[in-house]
Design a protein around this ligand. Structure first.
Ligand code: MG
Length: 343
């Protein structure tokens, strides 16, 4: 008798039937580090996606900086909305190329889980402070491998090899092993270049006239046109290939636009003026918790004693949202005024 519902085996069979020969099929996954019963409704990659969405680190992304520190305006991107845009762009590309959309979605949703408060300013200062250095992509892997999860039998979320590989290699020199991971690596760039332009225009840091006209001529004059051009270019150029890339022309123009953003927004603009303070705050919190590990929440405090104190402090600080780091700074580093009462 046929199953009443569409179970994971049927989904796997569908993947085999509809996806490209170079797609990463769920049934061929290299699997999880710790053996466990597989889900009878979801494929392994769908299951991973859900584990990421239900994690606390995922919810904290809503209060982590993308470019503008703890933005008061409701329309600025945060790490969470950035993540959702990367996920959507990745899925569009994966579906058009008949690759595994569920795998790209899981990688995209998890790629920035290890991001520090205050965006790259936070990452930079933790990298200087930590003896072993700090990279947000490696921290994202620590989040899913060790810091999240509630199982008493194994640490972390126990995600599949392919999702872990995509998260770790979404940035840096090494290429993800799957085409789905390579999609996320490019989609991350497509997303941030376009939404950071949009947010900078909204903030008055850039005007439409400031944008390099030769880039706009090729890519389009609005965010929507530019995303469309880049996405179509990736789909057309990568179709039938064993690699995900942009054509050299579009890639060149996109890099020029990215260089423009580095010079005018990321490295030198009004939005950066609070960054020095943010870095000072993180450095203060770091030295405070190294000296006073008992002030951290239980899980970090225990690890600071039994394992590696510096790693426990890094894990705690990297996990903070912008507003939590600010409130800890106020609590720990500023004197509280004495309100006395008549007895
Ligand atoms: Mg990202």
């Amino acid at each position: 008798m046929k199953n009443k519902f569409c179970g994971s085996q049927e989904l796997e069979a569908r993947e085999e039937e509809f996806l490209s020969s170079v797609a990463s099929l769920s049934k061929n996954s290299k699997g999880r580090q710790y053996q466990e019963q597989s889900c009878d409704i979801r494929t392994i990659f769908q299951h991973d996606r859900d584990r990421i969405i239900h994690s606390k680190a995922f919810r904290r992304l809503k209060h982590k900086t993308q470019v503008f520190i703890a933005p008061a305006g409701d329309h600025y991107r945060t790490r969470l909305t950035h993540t959702l845009e990367v996920s959507q762009i990745s899925r569009t590309i994966a579906r058009a190329l008949k690759l595994n959309e569920d795998l790209t979605e899981a990688i995209a949703l998890g790629h920035d889980l290890g991001h520090t408060p205050f965006g790259h300013a936070g990452e930079e200062v933790l990298n200087d402070l930590a003896a072993r250095g700090f990279k947000h992509n490696e921290q994202s892997l620590r989040v899913v491998d060790f810091l999240e999860g509630s199982s008493s039998e194994r640490p972390g979320l126990n995600l599949s090899f392919e999702v872990r590989d995509g998260i770790r290699n979404h940035t840096g020199k090494k290429k993800p092993q799957t085409l789905e991971g390579q999609i996320v690596k490019l989609a991350d760039r497509v997303a941030y270049i376009n939404h950071d332009i949009d947010d900078s225009l909204r903030a008055g840091i850039l005007t439409q006239e400031d944008l390099p006209q030769s880039c706009l001529e090729h890519l389009g004059y609005t965010s929507s046109q530019r995303i469309d051009t880049m996405v179509r270019d990736i789909i057309n150029f990568s179709s039938g290939k064993k690699e995900i890339a942009m054509s050299s022309k579009t890639s060149q123009v996109t890099n020029r636009l990215r260089d423009f953003l580095f010079a005018n927004v990321y490295l030198d603009s009004l939005a950066k003026k609070e960054e020095e303070k943010a870095q000072r705050l993180i450095a203060k919190l770091f030295s405070y918790y190294i000296e006073n590990p008992a002030e951290m929440p239980l899980e970090f405090k225990e690890r600071a004693v039994s394992e590696d104190r510096e790693q426990a402090v890094i894990d705690y600080i990297a996990g903070m949202t912008d507003r939590y780091a600010i409130s800890q700074g106020q609590k720990l580093l500023l004197p509280t005024p004495w309100f006395y009462h008549d007895i």
